[in-house]
Design a protein around this ligand. Structure first.
Ligand SMILES: *[C@@H]1O[C@H](CO)[C@@H](O)[C@H](O)[C@H]1NC(C)=O
Ligand SMILES: *[C@@H]1O[C@H](CO)[C@@H](O)[C@H](O)[C@H]1NC(C)=O
Ligand SMILES: *[C@@H]1O[C@H](CO)[C@@H](O)[C@H](O)[C@H]1NC(C)=O
Ligand SMILES: *[C@@H]1O[C@H](CO)[C@@H](O)[C@H](O)[C@H]1NC(C)=O
Ligand SMILES: *[C@@H]1O[C@H](CO)[C@@H](O)[C@H](O)[C@H]1NC(C)=O
Ligand SMILES: *[C@@H]1O[C@H](CO)[C@@H](O)[C@H](O)[C@H]1NC(C)=O
Ligand SMILES: *[C@@H]1O[C@H](CO)[C@@H](O)[C@H](O)[C@H]1NC(C)=O
Ligand SMILES: *[C@@H]1O[C@H](CO)[C@@H](O)[C@H](O)[C@H]1NC(C)=O
Length: 330
């Protein structure tokens, strides 16, 4: 075991306590997306009740230390659409523009699906949202959700699989194993359908390694299928556009969906929480930490001290310095 297990940890939970002490705090939510921009940890959208999808943008200011009972919340300009189960990533070209991609995008203050765009652009310096023009957009991506995007150093966004979810919208429910690629330097969209065998995957985590490999952990096959085996790890090489699978060794980790993952400096992927599926609903919700070593492809369970976070699924996690910051969730 390496020394990385001195992980300091704190959760920002759905506490009513915060509402009592201060009004300028976000209400409890789940299914939001998050992106770290410098010292600001942004959260986009989310569900605040079974029927309300918000277009709120909040950030935590991490520029100085704080008491976790009073996290330094700030609200930012709201998004043009409400969004849940979407994904967001930061432009490496300017380190300040965030792209919000997919999810169940809804017309603000309605339950109606928004068909305006599947991608929105947020200029975090000027608090400005715009709708980019995308060349060759593939309309089959419309209403795609429950997936996680990564962006490489050249500005290529890779979004694997996901599902087009119907609910009260007129969209057919289909789960995918395609790779959607948006090059933010040209705004050209392309879809790579698989010539190799690749499992359909929904509600997984995606982690880009410095080597250019994207590591997909956990997830499920489709709305009715069972969980994908968390020890069978699908890997996409962003240099050669090829897939491979690693059978992870080490500890037995329960397969799951809607967990979170972060990458440490020394190449370990730390996952937290998530859940099993009971028919179509959330089953057992996890509160464990597991570590995947991406050199040996072995899972391990670290010894963690301090007060743990509660069971969480559909939450966010980002890594800032030595802190894995968990926020919101179900
Ligand atoms: C953090 O805030 C709580 C509640 O106000 C307080 O009880 C606690 O002492 C504070 N902790 C530190 C380290 O200041
Ligand atoms: C963006 O951030 C990365 C990582 O911190 C850094 O290597 C890069 O130089 C930054 N680029 C710009 C344009 O600031
Ligand atoms: C939302 O959908 C309903 C039912 O189709 C429609 O009557 C209503 O006008 C829509 N509202 C907006 C703001 O599009
Ligand atoms: C149904 O979906 C299509 C896009 O696939 C959209 O253009 C249309 O407005 C939707 N209709 C309703 C009633 O929501
Ligand atoms: C659009 O995406 C669908 C679903 O992955 C795929 O079957 C189709 O080939 C794509 N179209 C283009 C033009 O890439
Ligand atoms: C999951 O994959 C691991 C690693 O290959 C294997 O040992 C295990 O039996 C698999 N679990 C199931 C339920 O198939
Ligand atoms: C699945 O959900 C049903 C209905 O809510 C419940 O009765 C059952 O105990 C659940 N099973 C598991 C394994 O959680
Ligand atoms: C965790 O602690 C137990 C008992 O102190 C020890 O046996 C085990 O090896 C430790 N595990 C790790 C991963 O350090």
């Amino acid at each position: 075991m390496k020394s990385l297990y001195y992980i300091l940890f704190f959760g920002i939970f759905n506490s009513v306590y915060f509402l009592v002490i201060c009004q300028n705090v976000p209400s409890p939510r789940r299914e939001q997306s998050s992106t770290l921009v410098g010292t600001r940890l942004y959260f986009f959208g989310g569900t605040i009740s079974s029927t309300i999808t918000v277009n709120e943008v909040w950030y935590l200011d991490l520029s100085s230390s704080f008491n976790i009972s009073t996290p330094p919340w700030h609200s930012d300009v709201a998004m043009p659409v409400g969004d849940i189960f979407g994904t967001s990533c930061l432009s490496p070209i300017d380190n300040s523009t965030v792209f919000l991609i997919g999810g169940r995008m809804r017309i603000v203050n309605t339950r109606n699906f928004s068909y305006t765009s599947s991608v929105y652009r947020f200029d975090s310096k000027n608090s400005l949202w715009t709708t980019p023009t995308i060349n060759n957009f593939n309309s089959s991506f419309q209403a795609r959700n429950e997936m996680q995007a990564v962006i490489d150093n050249d500005g290529k966004i890779f979004v694997f699989g996901g599902i087009n979810t119907g609910n009260d919208d007129n969209i057919t429910t289909t789960a995918y194993n395609d790779m959607s690629i948006l090059d933010i330097t040209t705004m050209i969209w392309s879809t790579q359908t698989q010539s190799q065998f690749v499992l359909v995957n929904v509600d997984y985590t995606a982690t880009l390694l410095p080597s250019g490999l994207i590591v997909y952990v956990g997830g499920r096959g489709s709305s009715t299928a069972s969980l994908n085996n968390i020890s069978q790890i699908q890997i996409f090489d962003t240099k050669s556009y090829t897939w491979s699978t690693k059978s992870a060794s080490g500890s037995t980790i329960a397969s799951r969906v809607s967990h979170s993952a972060v990458l440490t400096q020394n190449g370990n992927i730390i996952i937290y929480g998530g859940s099993t599926i009971n028919t179509t609903k959330i089953g057992y919700v996890f509160s464990d930490i597991a570590v995947l070593n991406t050199n040996s492809w072995a899972w391990s369970v670290p010894n963690v001290s301090g007060t743990g976070a509660p069971p969480l699924t559909e939450h966010s996690a980002e890594i800032y310095k030595n802190y894995m910051i968990l926020a919101f969730g179900n």
